[in-house]
Design a protein around this ligand. Structure first.
Ligand SMILES: Nc1ncnc2c1ncn2[C@@H]1O[C@H](COP(=O)(O)OP(=O)(O)OP(=O)(O)O)[C@@H](O)[C@H]1O
Ligand SMILES: [Mg+2]
Length: 266
């Protein structure tokens, strides 16, 4: 049986009287590619923020690589990488300089820093562009640099919040090729959110669909399609479990932040 690297136990987050994440429980195996889906405002980013220790849960807990997000946040932070929904690299520095800062932040021993940076650039296909200012990178290159940055310390679990939003299909494929290489080479577990169903279908071992903070469905794409009956697509599965039309749940905040992200990447 596969080893469990992420165990989420009744994880809950309230903002005032509103419950954004409601008693979410699920386990992810080491080396798995796991997709978290759901309409705008379903609670995906809030979940990832709790799992990466950036936001304390109101109740419940999660173990990441055996460390509790509530009592062992330092252990969790050492075991994870995080590519947030918003841009997380500095456009006024080169790709190399961005990685150098993070290699220090992650306390990678001085004698290993240059090798790690070289490998990370190579792995993400950015060696030729290492000395260019990131402000001149395309959206796809920025995302690949962010992944290089988030994996310099070889985390066991990489969390990615909408890693391909705003990218054209070719740039999206390039990002995914590198992510899958990362999984094959280092056994990195990938836990990501997306609104692109075809991305979930092509790359995920399993998916979960959230609806108003609760888990509405969990399984492989095939299992969820079959459970609805013959001839159903993942689109049908999403509409069935996500529970509403795509735009009825939008808030100004979520739309503004998503558009801003897409624009900056795009
Ligand atoms: N700091 C906050 N204060 C109050 N409400 C918040 C806060 N952060 C998130 N929320 C609310 O919690 C809900 C879940 O938000 P979250 O960002 O987790 O959704 P999401 O599934 O990531 O959506 P999207 O697909 O648009 O990124 C939303 O209704 C949002 O408005
Ligand atoms: Mg989000």
């Amino acid at each position: 049986m596969s080893e469990i690297v992420l165990e989420i136990k009744a994880l809950t987050r309230r903002f005032g009287s509103f419950t954004a994440v409601d008693a979410l429980s699920l386990s992810v195996n080491s080396g798995e590619v796991f997709g978290l889906l759901g309409s705008n405002g379903a609670g995906k980013t809030t979940t990832i923020k709790m799992l990466t220790t950036l936001l304390p849960p109101s109740s419940g807990d999660a173990l990441v690589a055996g460390c509790s997000i509530t009592t062992q946040s330092l252990g969790v932070r050492r075991a994870i990488g995080y590519v947030p929904q918003a841009v997380s690299v500095d456009g006024s520095l080169t790709g190399y300089e961005n990685l150098l800062i993070f290699s220090k932040l992650y306390e990678i021993p001085h004698r290993e820093q240059q090798t790690r940076i070289r490998e990370a650039l190579d792995f993400m296909g950015l060696t030729a562009d290492r000395d260019r200012l990131v402000g001149q990178y395309s959206g796809g290159m920025i995302r690949r640099l962010e992944i290089a940055q988030a994996t310099l310390h070889r985390p066991r679990v990489l969390f990615l919040d909408e890693p391909t939003v705003g990218l054209d299909p070719i740039a999206r494929d390039a990002v995914w090729k590198r992510l899958i290489d990362l999984r094959s080479h280092y056994g990195t577990t990938l836990f990501f959110t997306t609104h692109y169903l075809e991305e979930a279908e092509s790359h995920c071992d399993r998916i979960a669909i959230m609806n108003r903070g609760k888990m509405a469905a969990l399984g492989t794409c095939k299992e969820l399609e079959t459970a609805l009956g013959e001839g159903h697509t993942l689109g049908d599965v999403f509409v069935h479990y996500a529970g509403r039309s795509l735009h009825s749940g939008d808030t100004f905040r979520s739309v503004a932040s998503e558009r801003a992200t897409a624009q900056r990447l795009g």
